[in-house]
Design a binder for this molecule. Structure first.
Ligand SMILES: [Mg+2]
Length: 372
C-alpha cells in the first residue's frame, strides 16, 4: 500500500435550478452542468473536487470533464497527492487554460492532505482570520418581483449584501430595479454587476447615472479586452469599480494594479485554476491595495467549501462572497450536509480537508456520464 493517486472518477451531472438567471452576458435556465471529481489514493483516502463552468468564462462542464479525463488524468495518476505545488505545475504543463478543471483537481488534493493531517483546509493555509464570511445574494431573476420578495426574506434572515445583475434590460430599468431594491431592503449594501454588458462608448454615461446611488461597487461594466475603459471608469467614478472577467491570473492582477483597471477584484477558483494561484493573485491585489471578493460561477457545496477555506485564510478577501447557489438556487446538491450558510453569513467548515461529505445517492441520481 502506498499513498499514491490510484483513481480519478469524473462525474458529469446536471443540476436543476430553482429560477432563471439573467446577466449582461446571457441567461441560464433549467439546469446547470457540473463536474464532480473524486480522487482516491491507494490507501483509500478520498479527495473531492467540483467544477461548474459557465461558457462566457471559457469552458463548459463537458470541456472540463474532457480536460480532467484526458491530460489532467495523465498528469495526476500515480503521483504523490501531497505534492500539490508540483502537481499544479504538472497540470499547467500538461494543458494550457482550463482553470475550472485544474481548480477541481487541486481542491481534491487539498482535501486529501487535510484528511491525512486531520486538519481543515484553512489550517493548512495558515489558519483562519475569520470564521464567517458575509453572504451576498445576486438579484438575477428575470421575474424581478420574485427577486424583491426573495431579497426581503433574505434580509429578514440577515443578508446585508445584494448584487443586482444589470446590463440586459436597459439603463433606465437597471436604475428602477436598484431603487426598488433599495426601498425593499434599506439596511443592505447594494452592488451592480454588468457581466461585460455595456459597450465601451456608452459605459461612462450609464455608469455615471448610477454613481451617487451609494453602491458598494460596479462590477465589470465592459467586456474583457476593454480595460482602458475600465481604467477610465475607475478614475472618473466615486463608486468603486470591480473587475471580474478581466482578471483571471496573478499576471492579470498585476496589470490591473499597474494600469488602474479597478478598485477591487472578484477572485474565483474557477478563474485562477486553484487555491495556490488564487492566493498568488490575492497577494498581488493586497500589495496594490485592492480588496477582493469571493466570486463563483455555478458551483455547489464542494467547490464553495474550498473557496470558503481560502477566504478564511486570506485577510484581503474582505468584500464577502456570493456563495448562495447551494442553499438558494440549486434544487439538489450532492453533499450530505447542507451548505453552512445562514443568517447572512457563510460559516467556514471545520471538518478535516474541505469538511464536506459526498451524498453518493444524490450524485448517482444526478449523473449523466461517468469516467474512471
Ligand atoms: Mg461577476
Amino acid at each position: 500500500m502506498t499513498d499514491r493517486i490510484a483513481r480519478l472518477r469524473i462525474t458529469r451531472i446536471d443540476s436543476p435550478i430553482a429560477m432563471r438567471r439573467a446577466h449582461g452576458s446571457g441567461t441560464i435556465a433549467g439546469t446547470v452542468g457540473r463536474v464532480i471529481l473524486r480522487i482516491e489514493t491507494e490507501d483509500g483516502v478520498l479527495g473531492l473536487g467540483e467544477a461548474a463552468p459557465w461558457a462566457p468564462f471559457g469552458n463548459t462542464a463537458d470541456t472540463t470533464a474532457a480536460a480532467l479525463d484526458g491530460p489532467l488524468r495523465a498528469a495526476l495518476m500515480g503521483a504523490d497527492p501531497s505534492q500539490i505545488i508540483g502537481l499544479a505545475a504538472a497540470m499547467d504543463h500538461a494543458l494550457a487554460g482550463h482553470p475550472e478543471a485544474k481548480a477541481a483537481a487541486e481542491m481534491a488534493l487539498w482535501d486529501i492532505a487535510g484528511k491525512r493531517a486531520g486538519l481543515p483546509l484553512h489550517a493548512l493555509l495558515g489558519g483562519a482570520v475569520r470564521e464567517t464570511i458575509p453572504l451576498s445574494f445576486s438579484i438575477a431573476d428575470p421575474d424581478f418581483d420574485a427577486d424583491l420578495d426573495r431579497a426581503r426574506a433574505l434580509a429578514a434572515d440577515g443578508v446585508r449584501l445584494f448584487k443586482v445583475k444589470t446590463g440586459f434590460a436597459g439603463a433606465a430599468e437597471d436604475i428602477r430595479r436598484l431603487e426598488l431594491l433599495r426601498a425593499a431592503v434599506p439596511e443592505a449594501e447594494l452592488r451592480a454587476d454588468y457581466n461585460q454588458g455595456l459597450a465601451p462608448h456608452e459605459a461612462m454615461r450609464i455608469c455615471r447615472a448610477l454613481d451617487g446611488m451609494g453602491l458598494g461597487f460596479i462590477e465589470q461594466p465592459v467586456p474583457r479586452g476593454q480595460e482602458a475603459t475600465l481604467a477610465a471608469l475607475a478614475a472618473a467614478l466615486d463608486t468603486p469599480v470591480m473587475v471580474d472577467e478581466s482578471v483571471y491570473s496573478a499576471n492579470e492582477m498585476l496589470a490591473c494594479a499597474r494600469l488602474g483597471w479597478a478598485d477591487c477584484v472578484s477572485i474565483k477558483l474557477a478563474k485562477s485554476g486553484g487555491i495556490l494561484a488564487a492566493r498568488a493573485a490575492d497577494a498581488v491585489a493586497a500589495a496594490a491595495g485592492l480588496p477582493t471578493y469571493g466570486g463563483t460561477l455555478w458551483e455547489g457545496g464542494i467547490a464553495l467549501a474550498a473557496a470558503a477555506h481560502l477566504i478564511a485564510a486570506s485577510p484581503n478577501m474582505s468584500l464577502g462572497c456570493e456563495f448562495y447557489m447551494p442553499r438558494h438556487v440549486l434544487v439538489h446538491d450532492v453533499t450530505a450536509e447542507p451548505f453552512p450558510s445562514a443568517a447572512g453569513v457563510v460559516h467556514v467548515p471545520k471538518g478535516p480537508g474541505l469538511g464536506v461529505t459526498l451524498d453518493e445517492n444524490a450524485l448517482r441520481a444526478a449523473t449523466i456520464a461517468e469516467r474512471g
